[in-house]
Design a protein around this ligand. Sequence first.
Ligand code: IPM
Ligand code: MG
Length: 365
Amino acid sequence: MSNPSLLILPGDGIGPEVMAEVQKVIDWIGANTDTQFDVTYDLVGGAAYDKHGVALADETMERAQAVDAVLLGAVGGPKYDNLDFAVKPERGLLRLRKEMDLFSNLRPAQCFDALADFSSLKKDIVAGLDIMIVRELTSGSYFGEPRGIFQDGNERVGINTHRYTESEIARAARSAFELARRRSNKVCSMEKANVMEAGILWRDVVNEVHQAEYADVELSHMYADNGAMQLVRAPKQFDVILTDNLFGDILSDCAAMLTGSLGMLPSASLGAPMDNGRPKALYEPVHGSAPDIAGQGKANPSACILSFAMALRYSFDMGDAATKVEQAVEQVLADGVRTADLLQAEGQKPVSTSEMGDAIVAALN
Ligand code: IPM
Ligand code: MG
């Protein structure tokens, strides 16, 4: 059997720096398990724009479709803020999500014990937190038509369309129920059925899928605004949260901050199974390109390394290796090795991005 293949798209800002640390972990896996990855690198976002004039070249898209999994760093930066909408760095990421049909975006928010003090909330509210947001990623207001800025009489009108089909809702719901069965068996679905027809349909379809296929899973529904409030009031009431593309974007940033640092949070975007049985998949840290600290060796590589751990688990059936990587990150934090985003006391000295990566590899050993 040939080696599993990975396409790495470091992207912009701190993307290349944190990805260099992931490469160390990939090398460790190659040296210490039976699995060697075939790794290729390519460009996305502003880096792709600089070379090709678009945020994702067609050849890169083809490569992404052909590999077993894609790892992405981050896209965007002030240099690209004034580009035409169609070539903005974010379009590269959205094209990958859409054309690979990555409809299920898993965003775990887990509070590591060593970081419970970093949350903006009181420690007892977040200690031990372990929730998973399942965000629908290929439809809704991010992609619905019509969209655009149009002239309407003597003024302009901006239009985006919040559109969901039954099958789009059903497949996202299935993925949330499947995950819940492997966790605490609870799903809370969030929409705005009180004001949006698409929200009413969302709730109906989630109920139908639940009754027909997943009646063993505990299901509740919440309006998304109440969900945001409950996330900061009592986040531990949740196990799996299922929601749409736009609400999921917002709620997942909110959940991320509960855990103390955006620098810790990985994500997986999964689609339908390919011929080899593996899902189409893209893994990326939730943090952005952080242009303010890019190129300075300050970024925390943990989120990107934990995203690779998710790849081991969800794409390569290497759950044990994934757990090992996660434990190594936790160990390093518990040992007090911290990048600047995680420093507590004044006078403490932060480690650099690459020292953090080295410490994680040392903990793996
Ligand atoms: C995210 C980001 C993206 C989104 C941007 C970069 C397009 O905020 O992954 O949450 O809005 O989906
Ligand atoms: Mg976001």
